[in-house]
Design a protein around this ligand. Structure first.
Ligand code: SAM
Length: 415
């Protein structure tokens, strides 16, 4: 492994925090998003005019960064809300689009503040009163309806207004971001209630979104709803470079993190749908996924390293009632990632370079060296020039580290 662990720092500039003030990259926050700086350092180390893939799109950091550098980008994600988000972030907006969004935003806000529109129903999010006070919910229901009235449901104006709406709904909520996962502030008394100027939050958010919209990328980005375990059925092209951060084996649920946006924009209608979607995501364990995991059995269709068995046994036999369940969780995660790497070989050009930014994790004191699991799987599938480079410490625990696992795809051997 390259890099000395003792010298590693936490490097906030290598996390999502760097993106907040970086134009479109800062439109919406997702804690597990990686830093545009990490992506740019990698992308800039290659040539120009490349075809760049991110199979785990998230908020679209790679696709947007690659497009800004004039490359052709493609990206897939299993979550339709993130596909909408990345599409909206990578679109080219004309001056006319921006002017129209500015005007529509003013009209929508006026309608909402005066309550001159039939409000939408409150979204069926569990314990909604923990998220927003009654007054805020009432405002958001009117604003959402007013946006649909003035901008419709799709197209550039609707996208820009809904982006601002997402920023506003989270600012006016009791969501707190001082942990790895989203949690709640102590009181639901939040910005809006303290701010007598009802619409100023939305106004500021729309101004921020529109200033990013004015900065159009040079290259194109194609954002596709699809499963990274079957890339060949979603993508027609072949790629020169992959830069991505896949889910980590850390039980983070992206659906859980994104549920306020997903419920308000209509991507989720109930908890069952949320759990089903999480089960299709690699590493998801929210709701029903937990009970399914206890019965999960390997399909045996995808190669996983033999020394993983020892790690799985240690987790399973740890002194905790969930040991067996979490051992299954790690086993399924590794098998899913193996399925992904196998499918990746169908969409790479010979000589393609890949970079996976991934963190390791611990379960009851047992270290899961995800970076080594990746390196072993890549070797098995014929990748060469495999390097594991430590790039930052994830938190104060010295063993939790983020790595760049890179490799070259030499092409399929001739039959
Ligand atoms: C760590 S996040 C990516 C964050 C991204 N790099 C960013 O900057 O926002 C991992 C992403 O993988 C997606 N994902 C999980 N399972 C997937 C699958 N089977 N196919 C495609 N995407 C998947 C999740 O929805 C999530 O958006």
């Amino acid at each position: 492994m390259d890099g000395t662990r003792n010298e590693l720092k936490q490097r906030a500039d290598y996390t999502h925090k760097f993106n907040i003030k970086t134009g479109r990259h800062g439109w919406l926050r997702l804690t597990p998003a990686y830093s545009v700086k990490v992506v740019e350092e990698i992308v800039e180390s290659y040539g120009s005019g490349l075809s760049i893939l991110d199979p785990f799109c998230g908020t679209g950091t790679t696709a947007l960064s690659a497009a800004y550098h004039g490359h052709q980008a493609a990206t897939t994600d299993i979550n339709p809300f993130l596909v909408w988000l990345a599409n909206a972030k990578t679109t080219n907006y004309s001056d006319a689009d921006i002017l129209e969004a500015e005007q529509a935003g003013r009209i929508a806000l006026d309608l909402a503040v005066r309550e001159e529109v039939e409000p939408v129903a409150e979204p069926p999010i569990h314990k909604i009163e923990r998220w927003w006070s009654e007054r805020v919910r009432r405002f958001l229901c009117h604003l959402k309806a007013a946006i649909a009235d003035t901008a419709g449901h799709s197209g550039p104006t609707a996208d820009l207004l809904n982006m601002a709406f997402c920023r506003t709904l989270i600012k006016l909520s009791a969501a707190a971001f001082n942990h790895q996962s989203m949690s709640f502030k102590d009181s639901v008394q939040c910005a809006f209630d303290l701010n007598p100027e009802a619409g100023s939050v939305f106004q500021d958010d729309l101004a921020f979104v529109l200033s990013g919209a004015r900065e159009n990328p040079l290259g194109d980005a194609c954002v596709v709803l699809g499963d990274a375990r079957s890339l060949q059925s979603h993508l027609d092209d072949e790629f020169d470079v992959v830069v991505t951060s896949p889910p980590y084996a850390n039980r983070m649920s992206y659906i859980r993190e994104l549920r306020p946006y997903m419920y308000w924009l209509g991507y989720l209608a109930n908890g069952r749908d949320a759990a089903e979607l999480d089960w299709t995501a690699i590493g998801g364990t929210w709701g029903v996924a937990t009970s399914r995991l206890s019965d999960w059995q390997s399909s045996g269709n995808h190669w996983t390293p033999r020394d993983l068995e020892r790690t799985l046994e240690s987790i399973s036999s740890s002194d905790n009632k969930n040991g067996a369940l979490l051992s299954n969780y790690v086993a399924k995660y590794c098998e899913d990632m193996s399925a992904h790497f196998c499918s990746l070989t169908d969409v790479l050009r010979p000589g393609a370079r890949i970079h996976y930014i991934v963190g390791n994790s611990t379960f009851y004191g047992v270290l899961v060296s995800t970076e080594q699991v990746y390196a072993n799987i890549l070797k098995e599938y014929g990748f060469t020039d495999i390097h594991v480079r430590a790039i930052r410490k994830r938190n104060s625990k010295k063993e939790l580290i983020e790595f760049d696992v890179s490799a070259t795809w030499p092409g399929k051997p001739r039959q």
